[in-house]
Unconditional design. Structure first.
Lengths: 304, 360
């Protein structure tokens, strides 16, 4: 029983990361059909924003020393700012470009961000001590669960509730949902395109910052590569969930997290190194079964 | 149709690959004349990228489906070349899990490269049968998942692939002329496919899926044909790359190379073969110039150099700027055609239609 509880918590906390990442990608895809490959680099950027530029192995903590109640809003603001800035400087000029061009532009932007960080910090992973007392285990119904896992899951639930409330209850949320459904029609009915898109980028950047904070606390290191792996799975989750569907992205994120953890447990010992191959095989199977995604919005249906 | 019109059509049809091949040969000759070691290595690498990007173009350009998976075929090709050509005595030590016929084999280079391409093509045929039913972004993700599966398997199947460590001992073979030959071969294959019945049908399906399907085109089948042919060319490129470096390891064939080759294709213009080749040449040239700048150039006593790491940042910015001004790529999806002399031909109208459809 306790083992099962452990697995459930593992799955939920891994799934949380994927879900928040998928949400950040799906939000932007919804309003401008852009698959933002720079998202993973936003995550890394937010982690490194806590450090002072140096190429030493030991991290020189800078903003990371601030008290929690200032640090968290600051990092969120940095994520949102970076994301909005990239919209203004780069993506705004690609509004009418075809998806492949936008995709490559976003990849090029991520490439620039990554090498900017490499130039300032070098490629060595740095240890960073952020709320390390959170990794102490707590007792939940007999199972010993790291406190951080519980907090990750709670934070994710709060983010999801907050975002749902924002999207369903506020004027901006309504505009954003309308834009995701049919952007041209929404503009005709008086939704301001720039405002909606910038808002989507800001929220997406904040979600990236949240992932960065969680990842940095979990692993205790700052690594240039840390954002990319989450971003790739999140990207897959948005497609499996049905591109443009926000609930779909979240559910698919949890699903992939769950399947990964489950595979780790049930696969025979010899096959465990190949776990990811099974997970990606499941992804292909899922796409063959439902090419439009599990929860495809009506607007995404191809008519051929 | 008069005689001049017909010969002008002929010139137009075959001038594109000829011009591209002449450009490639010129680059090889210049590299030979300059004769410096590092420079000719850069040129070999560029020719291999031409093979990769032109091979990628066979599928991506004609079908309009972005593939993240083709570097997986390169991985398959490179490892196959390693299995076929490393001396059996070395394989007995490093790769103990190989089946007997592979462990004993030591094939000639070109036979091994052809078999490597064939292996990639067979793999593509098997997975393509399933995956080519998908279109658009779902197909892109499926190809990415395929790449990830290949990477995980080759990174962990220690007894056959040496795991994440590198396999050493692949004979060095690829020089400028071999790589040039490979690049020319792929350009010719890509062009022949593009003007073949299947290629034209697939391009029709890319531009107007409904109309093409209504005209009796089986888009899934044509896509599969393009997928297999491009897998073959990229498998061969992987084999040549193995013989160029002398070592292979799975992480060389993953996301980094995938995105670089895709960027070259899109920056050049993903709807034309000329775009694929020009994209590689332009991006490789810029990278090379930036590398020189990084090392520092001597300007009358004062050395001018840019800080380390600025090279990658600049190349990223240059790509963004090119795409801002040319969203359909440098060639705008058109082919380079011969426009001089008695058979001067007008720019291909088919190309323009493709541009207005996809580039707008």
């Amino acid at each position: 029983m306790t083992a099962i509880l452990q697995i459930i918590f593992d799955a939920l906390s891994l799934g949380s990361l994927y879900a928040i990442g998928a949400l950040g990608i799906a939000l932007i895809f919804g309003v401008m059909r852009l698959v933002n490959f720079a998202h993973g680099d936003y995550i890394s950027f937010c982690v490194f924003a806590m450090l002072w530029p140096s190429i030493d192995a030991a991290a020189v903590v800078f903003a990371g020393n601030l008290p929690t109640f200032i640090l968290i809003p600051l990092i969120l603001a940095i994520g949102a700012g970076l994301s909005v800035l990239s919209e203004i400087l780069v993506f705004r000029r690609f509004r009418n470009a075809n998806p492949a061009t936008m995709m490559i532009a976003s990849f090029a932007l991520g490439f620039v961000l990554k090498h900017f960080l490499l130039m300032l910090f070098s490629s060595r992973p740095k240890s960073i001590d952020l709320w390390s007392n959170l990794s102490l285990p707590v007792e939940v119904a007999g199972a010993r669960i790291p406190l951080l896992q519980v907090i990750t899951i709670v934070i994710t639930i709060l983010i999801l509730l907050g975002l749902t409330a924002f999207l369903k209850r506020t004027r901006f949320g309504l505009e954003m949902r309308a834009a995701a459904e049919n952007f041209t029609m929404a503009r005709m009915l008086g939704v301001k395109a720039n405002r909606v898109i910038m808002l989507a980028f800001a929220i997406s950047g904040m979600l990236a910052a949240a992932i960065g904070l969680i990842l940095a606390t979990q692993s205790g290191t700052a690594d240039i590569q840390m954002g990319v792996s989450v971003m790739l799975v999140a990207f897959i989750a948005t497609v499996i969930g049905g591109l443009g569907s926000l609930p779909g992205a979240v559910i698919a994120g949890f699903l992939i997290g769950g399947v990964s953890v489950l595979m780790q447990v049930i696969l025979p010992l010899d096959a465990r190194p190949f776990r990811d191959a099974f997970v990606y095989g499941a992804v292909i199977a899922c796409l063959i079964w439902r090419p439009q995604g599990l929860f495809a919005p009506k607007s995404a249906k191809q008519r051929v | 149709m008069t005689v001049t019109q017909r010969s002008s059509l002929l010139v137009r049809t075959i001038s594109t690959p000829i011009i591209l091949i002449v450009i490639l040969i010129l680059i090889a000759v210049i590299a030979k004349l300059v004769g410096s070691g590092p420079f000719s290595r850069t040129v070999v690498e560029m020719f291999i990228r031409v093979m990769l990007v032109a091979g990628l173009y066979i599928f991506v350009g004609n079908s309009g489906v972005i593939s993240f998976g083709h570097i997986g075929f390169m991985c398959i090709g490179a490892y196959a070349a390693a299995w076929f050509t490393i001396p059996p005595a070395m394989k007995a030590v490093t790769l103990q899990g190989l089946p007997d016929f592979l462990a004993q084999a030591q094939l000639p280079i070109f036979l091994s490269a052809a078999l490597a391409g064939l292996l990639a093509a067979i793999f593509a045929l098997v997975v393509g049968r399933i995956m080519m039913r998908l279109a658009g972004i779902a197909a892109s993700i499926a190809t990415f998942a395929m790449l990830a599966v290949i990477n995980v398997v080759y990174s962990n199947w220690d007894s056959v692939t040496g795991g994440t460590g590198s396999i050493v001992g692949i004979p060095f073979y690829t020089g400028i002329w071999t790589a040039l030959g490979g690049a020319i071969l792929v350009v010719i294959i890509a062009y022949l496919y593009q003007i073949s019945r299947s290629g034209l049908a697939l391009r029709a399906g890319r531009d107007e899926a409904t109309a093409a399907a209504a005209s009796g085109i089986d888009i899934v089948r044509e896509r599969l044909i393009a997928f297999v042919i491009s897998a073959f060319t990229i498998g061969v490129a992987g084999a040549l790359y193995g013989h160029f470096l002398g070592v292979v390891n799975p992480d060389a064939f993953y996301l980094g190379l995938t995105f670089i080759t895709l960027s070259m294709l899109v920056v050049g213009g993903m709807n034309s073969l000329s775009g694929a080749v020009i994209g590689v040449i332009v991006i490789s040239t810029i990278i090379q110039i930036l590398r020189w700048l990084e090392k520092g150039i001597d300007l009358g006593g004062a050395t001018l150099s840019i800080p380390n790491g600025l090279q990658e940042i600049t190349i990223g910015l240059v790509m963004i700027i090119i795409l801002m001004f040319r969203p359909a790529g440098l060639t705008r999806g058109r082919e380079i055609v011969w426009r001089f002399g008695p058979w001067a031909s007008k720019p291909s109208t088919a190309g323009e239609v493709a541009v207005s459809k996809n580039g707008a």
